[in-house]
Write a protein that binds this ligand. Sequence first.
Ligand code: PLP
Length: 374
Amino acid sequence: MVPFLDLKAQYAGIESEVLEAVRRSLASAQHVLGSEVAAFEEEFARYTGARFGVGVNSGTSALHLALLAAGVGPGDEVVTVSSTFVATVAAIDYVGARPVFVDVDPATLTMDVSKIPAAITNHTKAILPVHLHGHPADLDPVLDIAKKNKLHVIEDAAQAHGAEYKGRRVGSIGDLGCFSFYPGKNLGAYGEGGMVVTNNEELAHTVRMLRDWGQERKYHHDLKGFNYRMEGIQGAILRVKLRHLDGWTDARRRHASRYNALLDGLNLARPIELDWARHVYHVYAVRIAQRDRLQEMLQSQGIQTAIHYPIPVHLQKAYRDFGYSNGDLPVTEAAAKQLLSLPMYPELTEQQVKMVCEAVSSFNETTSEKAKPV
Ligand SMILES: *Cc1c(COP(=O)(O)O)cnc(C)c1O
């Protein structure tokens, strides 16, 4: 049996450190925000290379507040991708703006930057690339186009803690970077959590106010705000886990290179890491024409896999009102039919990676119709 993800294995390795942090947090009675959250904000911002970090209660809240701080509102447009988790697009909808989808690059499944200029109109306020699966989007062209058109760049780095673009950590490269600490993410809380990082003091200040009812002084509400505060206990836990993140990322990268080696020569496409990128493998997804049959066969052998994501956001029922339909984003739509995420987490063993690869190879040999590399 190879699970897709094993959060219990990770907890077992850090239990005593975590419990000590939890005790300290509970004894301080700072259950919402407080000194542990403040310390984590500083430590995580430094980790990403950004000057400021504002802890919030989810990655979705981080995106929502980043968009508000960037001044995006009703009638505005945000250029983004459909090949993402729904939260990227939901946040744009929350502020009353409209997502304008561009297709993705087939190699990295991140924003196809050559498609951005045609997507920009007089209503465009921001560009929101997603560092999907932990591989950075090609940010330099995004920043160039944004500068020329006076747009904000908001990075969705929810899957990309510690990923690097040309030697710089993602999240700190655009105007605002949004992270999620959902338990299954590369850096996961024991509950919900998120953060906005930025190098811009004014934007940081605005996000800081918005997450706490738009107040700087208690009961003086200068902005229409939200209850999006990070919990003290999550801050304390995340500080402990941040110290392990680089080791965990190294383990993910070792698993990925082992997968790459053992899956070489099969009729499937492996994820790639461009030469300017440091991929953190939140997800290790292969592309194969007979995806559903491979998944079934692996399941029958006790190997759990996942599909990120079976339906692109622009084809989801809830977002029909944005006016997109099948055929609008061919690369995104093809990827959604072919991607299969293999087990990936730091505590995965060499033996487990081998088992998965042997099962995939035997499928490759026995499959009757000719498998087409994608
Ligand atoms: C997980 C995720 C989010 C949302 O984060 P939550 O903490 O679950 O709200 C946003 N964007 C992407 C790409 C994600 O993977």
